[in-house]
Ligand binder design. Structure first.
Ligand code: SME
Length: 167
């Protein structure tokens, strides 16, 4: 049974290194994509400070559709093709992490939870196929920086390595 252990004081890189180790332990022995996605969101939401939403959207045809998450109920469907919407759509269409210090300055941002002020969205790739995004929201402006970006990209890579991608 997985147990959350206290995260070390100190720099963000050390924090994410430890969180990544905890994720590897949490996902060990199970490759089901949805089960592991659910535990990834629960781990991030409960151990990363100052978040109001953490979860996945999964590619279904031309849209991203809500997957496992923690936080308030959210918008279900976000178009990617032909015209991407929101921060999630931009991440999926560009295949680049979107680091948004102030969501109110992001053209087309989709406000699912009015508490959100900052957001980071990491695209999830299986080979050259975008299969979804990892979306993290915070009520604090400029909550995320490049250390958080590297941290979440590492967690996303661990999740993808330890899970069977949907076909
Ligand atoms: N804000 C996102 C929508 C999803 S919610 O944050 C959970 C966006 O603009 O794509």
């Amino acid at each position: 049974m997985f147990q959350a252990t206290p995260l070390p004081e100190g720099s963000k890189p050390r924090f994410y290194e430890e969180l990544n180790r905890q994720l590897e332990g949490l996902l060990a022995g199970e490759r089901d994509f949805i089960a592991n996605a659910a535990n990834l969101s629960a781990l991030v939401f409960n151990l990363v400070p100052d978040l109001n939403w953490a979860g996945l959207y999964l590619m279904r045809g031309n849209d991203l559709v809500l997957g496992p998450f923690q936080g308030k109920p959210a918008c279900v469907r976000i178009p990617v093709h032909p015209a991407p919407r929101g921060v999630c759509g931009a991440a999926a269409a560009s295949r680049q992490t979107q680091l948004v210090r102030n969501v109110h300055d992001f053209p087309g941002h989709i406000a699912c939870d009015s508490a959100s002020n900052a957001e980071i969205v990491v695209p999830l790739l299986a080979g050259d196929r975008v299969i979804g995004v990892l979306d993290i929201d915070s009520p604090t402006l400029a909550r995320f920086d490049e250390d958080d970006q590297r941290g979440f990209e590492t967690l996303a890579a661990t999740f993808l390595r330890l899970s069977d991608a949907p076909s």
